[in-house]
Design a protein around this ligand. Structure first.
Ligand code: NAP
Length: 282
């Protein structure tokens, strides 16, 4: 088994490379989660709104039954949908998600920030879910820096990650700084820019120097920043390729060349509530 890097947050050890399941139909989710665990991934990302939590749980059980993993070797994340942010609704979804998965998740995230109900109510409920044993840890998704800091101020427990869009075409410096100052972490969604990195001349040139693909270089660029990356694919060969990133290293110059690809219109999935604004950069 390949040694794979982890990030330590609040006494927890989170594998830096995970497997995403957004848009995977239940059949593909079950098949690919089981394949990912066979390949060596030890971190799986899902959400209530993906409508595949039960299939993800089945995929994990398939891998356990095949002897590829044990439950405690897998980091499992799911998310509370924005329609469930009132106290009782949040706890009800946390119970439903755990029941659908058939496992207590390791991490439960608030999927997107929302003005109402108040952050105080929602963070209180998220902490209650942790206190009631419905998740091992809690965190956020898609929170800009100011709201990330505000939410941590209202949360008894450490918010162990903020899962946001991040890939070579976005500058994430303010949020990376906030995560560092809060003792938290960043998880990159759409780490491969939904496949757009495949044709990038700069990333491909760097890849040729290492005998690696553009996807492998991009994932390596993320984990070398201590950012958790959760690529998604329906193809076993691509899942294998994306896992094969632990035997090379990008130089400081190569890291800087990829950072320089960030551009103002690089965002792919902007579903942020208009009550909030993304961090301003450069
Ligand atoms: N918290 C949130 O709000 C949020 C939002 C979006 C996503 N996420 C999470 O983040 C995960 C990853 O994000 P994502 O699914 O948007 O994007 P991604 O991993 O950047 O890209 C996945 C897409 O790129 C293609 N692809 C994968 N590897 C490739 C390669 N080497 N070359 C070319 N194309 C490639 C895949 O196609 P094939 O299937 O054909 O390989 C798939 O269509 C999601 O699955 C989900 O778990 C979270």
């Amino acid at each position: 088994m390949t040694e794979q890097p982890h990030i330590e947050v609040d006494g927890l050890s989170i594998p830096l490379l995970g497997f995403g399941t957004w848009m995977l139909e239940p059949e593909d989710a079950r098949r690919m989660v089981a394949e990912a665990l066979r390949i060596g991934y030890r971190h799986i990302d899902t959400a209530w709104i993906y409508k595949n939590e039960a299939a993800v749980g089945d995929g994990i059980r398939d891998a356990i039954e095949a002897g590829h993993v044990t439950r405690d070797e897998v980091w499992l994340t799911t998310k509370i949908w924005v329609a469930h942010f009132h106290h009782d609704d949040l706890l009800a979804q946390a119970k439903e998600s755990a029941a659908s998965l058939g496992f207590t998740p390791d991490l439960l995230l608030l999927h997107w920030p929302k003005k109402t109900p108040s952050f105080a109510e929602t963070l209180g409920a998220l902490n209650a879910a942790k206190d009631q044993g419905l998740t091992r840890s809690i965190g956020l998704s898609n929170f800009p820096s100011a709201e990330f800091r505000q939410a941590q101020g209202l949360s008894k427990a450490k918010l162990v990650t903020n899962q946001v869009e991040y890939h070579p075409y976005l500058d994430l410096r303010p949020l990376l700084k906030a995560a560092d100052e809060l003792g938290s972490s960043i998880t990159a969604w759409s780490p491969l820019a939904q496949g757009k990195i495949a044709d990038d001349p700069v990333i491909n040139a760097i890849g040729r120097a290492h005998g690696k693909s553009a996807g492998q270089v991009t994932l390596r660029w993320l984990i070398q920043q201590d950012v958790i990356a959760i690529p998604r694919t329906t193809k076993v060969s691509r899942a294998e390729e994306s896992f094969d990133i632990f035997d090379f290293e990008l130089s400081d110059d190569e890291m800087a060349q990829i950072h320089a690809l960030a551009r103002p219109d690089g965002r792919l999935g902007d579903w942020l509530d208009p009550d909030f604004k993304w961090d301003q950069t450069g």
